[in-house]
Write a protein that binds this ligand. Sequence first.
Ligand code: 6R9
Length: 629
Amino acid sequence: MADNIDTLLKESRVYRPTPKTVSAAHIQDYETAYKQSIADPEAFWSGMAEELEWFTPWKTVLEWNYPWAKWFVGATCNIAYNCLDRHVATWRKNKVALIWVGENDQERIFTYAELHRQVNRCANALKKLGIQKGDRVTIYLPKIPEQVVAMLACARIGAIHSVVYSGFSAPALSSRINDAEAKLVITADVGFDRGKIINLKPVVDEAVKSCATVEHVVVVRRQTPGPALSAPKEIDWHDWLRHETPHCAAEPLDAEAPLYILYTSGTTGKPKGVVHVHGGYMVGTYATTKYVFDLKDDDVYFCVADPGWVTGHSYIVYGPLLNGATILTAEGKPDYPTPGRWWDLIERYGVSIFYTTPTAIRLLMRYGEDWPKKSDLSTLRILGSVGEPINPEAWEWFHRVTGGDKPIMDTWWQTETGSILITPLPSVPLKPGSATRPFLGIEADVVDRQGNSLPPNAGGFAVIKKPWPSMMRTIYKDPDRYKVYWTTIPNCYTAGDVCHKDADGYMWFMGRADDVIKVAGNRLGTAEVESALVSHQAVAEAAVIGKPHKTVGESIKAFVILKQGEKETPELIHSIKEQVKHELGKIAVPAEIDIVTSLPKTRSGKIMRRVLKAKELGQDPGDISTIEE
Ligand code: 6R9
């Protein structure tokens, strides 16, 4: 009931920016800036690109050969050069680039000059292992500074990084290493999770057994004594860098040279390797970080993401460093050791920009307002949210406990889009629960299946109508899968999200239109979880749905048919969950497993998850004329 009232009321609540926020903002008049930017998007984007350094200039801003885009054609550049050298050459040389806080409160601080030296050492070490331009390097690290150093070092020499979230299990890791055909894996002995040690090295050991392309494994040893390493294949990170010089010229790369592959979930069991490139991605992450977070030189910017996901790539590493920001990153969970963890860090480091997630806000909300009250949050200026729709109650709470006058940037985007596409800027009036309007240079709409624009408040599909610089260039080794994004609805990019626009043009994202679910903001495919379930010896068939959940947004519910002769017992349910954990990782384990005797299927044998979901939620299943049983 409360939720319904909240939903009804939400459109009437508008929060206008304070005069102080507006006068401080880079973009004070969104409407005018937006109109100008879409009158000539190429002029807008090339204007942004001119704020960065290029080794040779572009001949053409955009070459659009539907559905293939090339941006800044003919230019050479290097994103790592723009993240580091560009600042080291100025007064920012000794400015703090990165403050890292470990779960145990260990602190490591890197100035731009120090980060530059570390990255150069690592780049030289990569070269010594024979890593060349275009080679793939898998980075399977917990949230430690070496993750950032390794990413930038790859970029510096033109190697392609593939960061795999350290919560993924051995089979998930090995399939990603194999798809990328990585020559090198960089890992650590351990990560920490709420005080518990998570052993990563054994996961890598198991994964690389089936990875013929891997020549070396570099290990950051955090424990003393660390695990024994077997030379020459396994190398200690510190030994690896110790003798390298801190000088390594950045490789001039074609603007379209691949920067990274990041695997993400889609509608089939096989994750997609989303490919981003140096030039356009650099311009997109630079421009959005600058304008959405209104970044200034005296800001302290805290993003809670893990670089294992796209938010960490674009808004811990690349976007903020391109802007010369001081970045705070912290290992661990928001409520460990206490629910005051993040509020305490905000006070300790004087954070002014705080980018977090709806799941984390809802989790902290449960612990009550006394926790944020314990800390001095007066340095905060701009807030951000990403990963899933933020419900108005969580929005209001976040707004209130942080002082009631800081704008919340509800940023909508995807691994594929590379940077934020639908978002407020600090000077834009806010409606809790709406990601508001398109970013500058972006034309977005809500359409039906044929691509017809829908009237206000009609639900449909979110689409982007023109190419933008940070868009993915392809799906690695699977160009047909890339084309689907631009051909499902002709001539525009279909995001896969259901959405409506209100009369003011504000966009309200409602969730996915496909079989992708977001559990605590982590993107998972139902098919991936199903194939993990059926890999259990007792499981014959499985279907998975995302079910609305108060804290994590969606939780996983599985419907499982057992093989003949198998009996439902608590031990069996436990062992099925363990199997999913083994195949994919903890984040993919279903919260609920129901044992059933049949599943709704179409005549062609496809599981109708939509019907299962409607039944689970007590809703009308809609058209079921194609159902077989
Ligand atoms: C950045 C990231 C993408 C999907 C996307 C959408 C959901 C992200 C959102 C949001 C509503 C927001 N999503 N931000 N939904 N409001 N502000 O999360 O990338 O992991 O690829 O997920 O996340 O459904 O399609 P990714």
